[in-house]
Design a protein around this ligand. Structure first.
Ligand SMILES: NC(=O)c1ccc[n+]([C@@H]2O[C@H](COP(=O)([O-])OP(=O)(O)OC[C@H]3O[C@@H](n4cnc5c(N)ncnc54)[C@H](O)[C@@H]3O)[C@@H](O)[C@H]2O)c1
Ligand SMILES: CC(C)[C@H](C(=O)O)[C@@H](O)C(=O)O
Ligand SMILES: [Mg+2]
Length: 347
């Protein structure tokens, strides 16, 4: 019996993870759920966004289903106590370096996409985002200079092993699809990116069957809205992957549709929507639960060896969308629960 750590978090996190849990329970997979506070909710309850008990549960569990963290009420706290440190801490502590963020347009969502329908229809890609390095985890600080100016700094860094292991995930992922891999960097300006590019090229020697190309991140951002259909698997660093995945979501209809998997080297993972706690709609039953439900499907596929159940959940989401089920972000009026009901109807 697999143990699932359910870390709902803040804002719409509890609303969407409750629906993902409902979908998993209907499938009767013999999963045990254990909940623990995380993010702002944990700071309120225990004085820390990632209490030791929560981290311990995450370590003990076979997989982690995560909602979202973030609460404007805590934006003025010292960084170590802010809700976002919970998800960053989980990624780092558990070694979840490989972040898979698939983006595809479910048939019927052409109108919700920010792109023209014929362009939107073509989006079907996976962003393989490095998740435990880069400017996120480099040395950072604030100081006042001798001239009395306030200064902030965040060090962008990768070592070759960190780049090589995510590059391998990129190549392996490409092999499961069309065997083309695009590495996105900013090697024309950044030394971190030049190392990234050099190492990705070295790793490519082990994957002669995969066609590798490179693109600068600014061009990639432009190409993502010009013609996202040109992309298949994109491997990139932590910061660029964060930004490009939010952008890809709106090409595919809504940020409320994109799931993600954060995996360690043994395949253990944390599964979460790419969106945040959405304070603007929290507590109103407006959130789209599909990203969380699709994250649960990724959990079944990647950590629990139940790929056919994952397929069933994804098919049920596709059927609900095809049948016209829409939350507000997709131009409809369904509540979070009613949207999940539409998915459940397809199961
Ligand atoms: N992994 C995470 O936990 C995570 C991810 C991103 C942002 N955050 C945090 O969330 C907070 C809010 O950040 P933000 O506003 O920049 O990003 P956000 O993703 O929370 O929201 C951006 C916009 O998208 C909408 N949206 C997001 N998810 C939706 C859903 N499921 N259905 C319908 N609409 C949805 C929101 O209403 C908002 O208008 C911040 O504290 C941020 O740090 C956390
Ligand atoms: C909340 C924040 C730390 C996080 C990130 O930047 O990785 C979020 O934006 C995400 O995409 O998961
Ligand atoms: Mg993000």
């Amino acid at each position: 019996m697999a143990l699932i750590a359910l870390l709902a978090g803040d804002g719409i996190g509890p609303e969407v993870t409750a629906e993902a849990r409902r979908v998993l329970e209907v499938l009767d997979l013999g999963l045990t759920f254990e909940e623990a506070p995380v993010g702002g909710a944990a700071y309120r309850a225990a004085g820390h966004p990632l209490p030791p008990e929560t981290l311990d549960l995450a370590r003990r569990a076979d997989a982690i289903l995560f909602g979202a963290v973030g609460d404007p009420a805590f934006d003025m706290l010292e960084r170590a106590f802010r809700p976002e440190q919970a998800i960053l801490g989980l990624r780092k502590e558990l070694g979840l370096f490989a972040n898979l963020r698939p983006a595809r347009l479910f048939a019927g969502l052409e109108d919700a996409s920010a792109l023209k329908p014929e362009i939107a229809r073509r989006i079907d890609l996976v962003i393989v985002r490095e998740l435990t390095g880069d400017v996120y985890f480099g040395e950072k600080g604030r100081r006042t200079t001798t001239e009395g100016l306030r200064e902030g700094n965040d060090l962008m860094r990768y070592d070759e092993n960190e780049v090589a292991r995510i590059a391998r995930v990129g190549f392996e992922t490409a092999r499961t699809r069309r065997s083309i891999l695009l590495s996105v960097d900013k090697a024309n300006v950044l030394e971190t990116s030049q190392l990234w590019r050099d190492v990705v090229v070295e790793v490519s020697a082990g994957y002669p069957d995969v066609t590798l190309s490179h693109m600068y991140v600014d061009n990639a951002a432009m190409q993502m809205v010009r013609d996202p259909g040109q992309f298949d698997v994109i491997v990139t660093g932590n910061l660029f992957g964060d930004i490009l995945s939010d952008q890809a979501s709106m090409c595919a209809g809504s940020i409320g549709m994109l799931p993600s998997a954060a995996l360690d080297s043994a395949g253990k993972g944390l599964f979460e929507p790419i969106h945040g706690s959405a304070p603007d709609i929290a507590g109103q039953g407006k959130a789209n639960p599909c990203a969380a439900i699709l994250s649960a499907a990724m959990m079944l596929r990647h950590s629990l060896a139940m790929p056919e159940r994952a397929d069933r959940i994804e098919a049920a989401v596709a059927a609900a969308i095809a049948g016209g089920a829409r939350t507000g972000d997709l131009g409809g009026t369904l509540s979070t629960t009613a949207m999940a009901d539409a998915v459940l109807a397809g199961l």
